[in-house]
Design a protein around this ligand. Structure first.
Ligand SMILES: Nc1ccn([C@H]2C[C@H](O)[C@@H](COP(=O)(O)OP(=O)(O)OP(=O)(O)O)O2)c(=O)n1
Ligand SMILES: [Mg+2]
Length: 959
């Protein structure tokens, strides 16, 4: 074929053909589970235009009764179903196969394939104007009236564009409507009912207003997370309520355990940490009402098991094989997670249920079944597996009984989850002088009596060993890894991924270095380990593999994040559906926030988008399938619990993502940087201004779009919501508005703030929350740090403790490297001498000098030249300098030197107005300083200073 014939559509044509074939295959695959008869076997239909029953209904009928539905007319399409077609259209068609939809209905009613000829729409195929055939022949059971084409169908002729993307849920919804609205059309209605019954109520998507509450009612992960967080809070409350009172239940124990089980006194100084965990928790709770099933392989899952789990409906647009390949590829090559790769490989078989097993009995485990496995796969391993439903109320009741039982004896409890905790038994053992394992046995028995469920417990000298001991103890047992145990030998065969903090990627890294179990690591030097995983991790690994774990128990755990996430049933067709859902989800997450009496400063949106190469529909009905995850976050100037604020940011973040609504498969809102609702600080002008400055800068985004091609079906860790500095942002902002990721864990201690200055960052948000006197100390430490760094010293012993002022300046060497960009660049006044000369060599700050008590320039007469030098010499206002000025103005405010403040501000304003470069940065700097000082004055004097001049720049004046 000549090249010119190929106008670019050749390839498209090929694609289109492939697509049509694929749709047919998908339809055939999807039909299987729905099939009730083979009535229409070998009959294919294509629906052209509006019909009654509708195209969707006809599609379902074909699906249920073994026919074939063509989304496009194909040469081999047997019948074209239509009501009326325009002449121009019919002229180009083979009218010998255009029949009325009634044909299908009548075949169904008669339960046999009838002669189609009486249903032909066009009997005289030679005429230019084809005539409508109104059911001549009358060998059908329908009346003329029922055969007549309804008005609505004949009026206009909108071509039926069959939405190839129409998902099963829409189809099912349509069918349900037919049932409701077409009582006459009983046969179609019956077929509709059959299909909708098969699919149960799973057709619900996030578009349904009741979806969210229904989703959370049934989401096991939601229940587990809520319970887990709840028990952390519960322990906190119990401890606060107890206030150090004795535990009367201990006295009972004294008499029960004292005779022959007195502890070995030589071990009295040893730490006894217990780890206690319910055995196959969900199953055990479920079996309380079915004791006759004890001893059988049982699993708790949403799937009904049996045929329902081995013959599940598959969406026509799903492609299990393609999805399996994608998942396996991602798990294996991107996450190095062979366990999950194997899981999909063995669980994605045709028609096998993709419901997960939440918990399985130990009898099921003996057959190779594991928690988290797909039901379909589990049934392959053990066809007699019995599945039982969830009982969320029961889990809560038993969990409370477990916690309350332990809490009678001690409140040194670290809650881990609803069925698991660490307990420090050291003081109890000392107090009661009992053998620790006798106590544990007594406790387990009490838990069993109260709950009807077994649990296991391990005891060790630290959390790691306690957990390791529980592994040995399970099921329904206890084990001590006490003093004198050969811990090295015990740990040796332990796989590294069993250790805390070792996920799939770290495991992969270690495996690459030939390290698989603790014995391998025990034989490796710390240095070698450091070269593999870095210094910090290496030490933890080195210790853990030897059974050493220095983590303390954490009794009072505060929530750090609150989130609401849905990754099931997300199927939007337009932005307005998406927006409605986002509003609902925002309300949900805000309620969760206010329930715990917190406010949040960071709002994060997590969006799961169908991966480009993933099939349109997921193999798991209404599941998310293979997705890419996009995280966006925004940091507010002030913590909030206002649903409107949260909603508007969520909507904006989604809008900015520009993602097409129909490609979304999961949405989560994460609130972090939480503070007590009651302790929210006063407006912090300084911080607010810096944030505004950052936002305004050349329209640069204040949110970070963090795209990671990460499959998130089984996401294992919380998102790190970062607030990164865009590449091209001037370094001047490094220290304030933007934080680098190394700073994520910055805590509020001023020492830490100054400690981390070496990472070119100070957390302004933290800084701004600090009381003035601590701010000054931070600055003081910062100066010291800068000087220490510039002099090439990193000796931390030279650092000031908090609150301590250095008595004398260190003497940096005369030839010093240039300071880093976060160093203040205030010029040193000309009249400096002595140690000042040395400081000039390293370009320290005026503020540093001020704070180190050498010279107080703003208080002196030369402040004008100092400010002039600063403004004229610096390209950008350095935030450190701004902080220094603020600090000094604050001092002036406190000592009521209003005249001096007035002069300084007036002069600074003039200087900045004369500036020609980067003016807006300087305008903003001035505003920050102005607002900060006014804020101070307001707080101290309850009035603001009327300044002679102000800055109103057209570019940044709105800020
Ligand atoms: N990804 C998860 C993890 C846990 N769970 C639920 C079901 C479990 O029954 C319960 C407790 O989790 P465990 O890990 O303690 O598992 P089991 O208690 O079922 O078994 P084991 O005897 O190993 O503790 O939490 C869940 O549904 N999905
Ligand atoms: Mg358990």
């Amino acid at each position: 074929m000549a090249d010119e014939d190929d106008n670019g559509f050749g390839e498209w044509g090929g694609y289109f053909e492939a697509k049509k074939s694929k749709l047919e295959e998908q339809f055939a695959a999807a039909s299987d589970p729905f099939r009730k008869s083979n009535l229409f076997q070998g009959i294919s239909i294509f629906v052209n235009g509006l019909t009654n029953p509708s195209a969707n209904e006809l599609k379902q009928i074909m699906m249920v009764h073994g026919g074939i539905y063509h989304h496009y007319e194909r040469p081999h399409t047997k019948f074209i179903i239509a009501s009326n077609l325009p002449d121009v259209k019919v002229r180009n068609m083979n009218t010998s196969k255009i029949i009325s939809a009634q044909y299908i209905v009548d075949c169904l009613e008669n339960k046999r394939v009838l002669d189609y000829k009486p249903y032909l729409l066009y009997t005289n195929q030679k005429t230019t104007q084809p005539r409508l055939h109104f059911g001549k022949g009358k060998n059908t059971s329908r009346t003329n009236e029922s055969m007549a084409v309804p008005k609505s169908e004949t009026a206009a002729e909108p071509p039926l564009v069959e939405p190839v993307e129409a998902d099963l849920s829409n189809i099912l919804n349509n069918l349900q409507q037919v049932v409701a609205t077409s009582p006459k059309n009983e046969t179609a209605a019956k077929a509709a009912v059959e299909v909708s019954v098969i699919s149960n109520n799973s057709a619900r998507t996030a578009v349904d207003p009741a979806f969210l509450s229904e989703f959370y009612k049934n989401s096991r992960l939601h229940h587990i997370a809520t319970l887990g967080a709840g028990f952390k809070q519960y322990v906190c409350e119990l401890r606060q309520a107890n206030g150090g009172k004795p535990f009367p239940k201990r006295d009972e124990l004294r008499s029960v355990l004292s005779c022959d089980q007195v502890m070995n006194m030589s071990a009295a100084s040893v730490l006894y940490i217990m780890h206690i965990d319910m055995d196959c928790f969900f199953v055990s709770v479920g079996l309380r009402s079915h004791p006759e099933w004890r001893g059988l392989p049982i699993a708790v899952t949403h799937s009904k098991g049996g045929n329902a789990a081995t013959d599940v409906p598959v969406h026509p647009q799903a492609d299990r094989q393609a999805e399996l390949k994608l998942f396996a590829e991602r798990f294996e090559h991107q996450l190095h997670d062979n366990i999950r790769a194997d899981k999909v490989r063995s669980g994605f078989d045709k028609k096998m249920s993709l419901s997960e097993i939440a918990s399985c009995s130990y009898e099921a485990r003996a057959k190779g079944i594991r928690n988290g496995m797909f039901v379909g796969q589990a049934l392959k391993l053990c066809p007699e597996l019995k599945t039982i439903p969830y009982d969320f109320e029961g889990y809560k009741e038993v969990a409370f009984a477990l916690y309350d039982t332990v809490a009678q004896y001690t409140l040194n409890i670290e809650a881990v989850s609803c069925d698991e905790m660490f307990v420090d038994l050291t003081d109890l053992v000392e107090d009661l002088q009992v053998d620790v394992m006798s106590f544990v046995a007594h406790l387990r028995e009490e838990v069993r009596n109260k709950t009807g469920c077994p649990c296991s417990a391990g005891v060790g000298t630290n959390k790691l060993l306690a957990r390791m001991a529980t592994k040995r103890a399970k099921p329904d047992g206890q084990y001590l890894l006490g003093p004198g145990t050969d811990v090295l030998g015990y740990m040796a065969p332990t796989a590294l991924e069993t250790l805390p903090g070792v996920g799939s990627s770290l495991r992969h890294k270690l495996e690459q270095a030939g390290l698989r179990n603790c014995a391998d690591v025990q034989r490796t030097s710390l240095q070698t380990l450091e070269s593999v995983v870095g210094k910090k991790l290496a030490l933890t690994l080195y210790e853990n593999c030897r059974g050493i774990d220095t983590r303390p128990l954490v009794y009072e755990q505060k929530r750090k994040t609150v989130s609401a996430e849905v990754n099931y049933g997300i199927r939007f067709t337009n932005n307005s559906e998406c927006e409605t859902f986002l509003r609902q989800l925002s309300a949900e997450v805000t309620t969760r926030l206010t329930d715990i009496k917190r406010k949040a400063k960071s709002i994060g949106l997590k969006v799961m988008v169908r991966a480009a190469e993933a099939p349109i529909e997921a193999s798991k009905f209404m599941g998310h399938g293979v997705c890419d995850t996009i995280n966006k976050s925004f940091i507010l100037a002030h913590a909030t619990d206002d649903v409107n604020v949260i909603t508007s940011h969520v909507l904006r973040l989604m809008k900015e993502s520009g993602l097409p609504p129909h490609e979304l498969r999961g949405i989560g809102i994460h609130l972090s940087k939480l503070s007590e609702a009651t302790e929210v600080k006063k407006d912090n002008v300084l911080l607010q201004m810096f944030e505004k400055m950052s936002e305004k800068r050349k329209g640069e985004p204040t949110v970070e779009v963090h795209e990671e091609p990460e499959p998130t079906v089984f996401k294992e860790k919380e998102n790190d919501l970062e607030f990164k500095k865009p590449q091209d942002l001037p370094s001047v902002w490094d220290t304030v508005g933007w934080k680098n990721s190394a700073n994520k864990s910055l805590d509020k201690s001023p020492v830490n703030v100054s400690d981390r200055l070496g990472n070119t960052t100070i957390d302004m948000e933290v800084f701004a929350q600090l009381p003035e006197y601590i701010r000054r100390e931070v600055l003081e430490n910062m100066d010291e740090h800068l000087i220490a760094r510039s002099s090439g010293h990193s000796d931390r012993t030279r650092k000031n403790p908090i609150g301590g002022r250095r008595s004398s300046m260190p003497c940096p060497p005369s030839s010093l490297p240039r300071m880093e960009n976060n160093c203040s660049t205030f010029p040193v006044p000309k009249d400096a001498d002595g140690p000042l000369e040395l400081l000039r060599a390293v370009k320290p700050t005026t503020a540093a000098l001020m704070l180190n008590g050498l010279q107080n320039h703003l208080l002196g007469s030369n402040y004008k030249s100092m400010l002039a030098d600063w403004v004229s010499n610096e390209q950008y206002p350095n935030p450190t300098d701004i902080l220094m000025i603020n600090s000094k103005l604050s001092e002036l405010a406190q000592s009521k030197q209003m005249g001096r403040i007035y002069d300084i501000m007036k002069h600074l304003c003039r200087l900045i107005k004369k500036k020609r470069d980067n003016v807006c940065e300087w305008h903003m700097a001035y505003k920050v300083i102005e607002e900060s000082v006014q804020h101070q004055l307001m707080a101290i004097e309850s009035y603001m200073l009327k300044l002679p001049d102000t800055i109103s720049c057209v570019i940044c004046h709105k800020m």
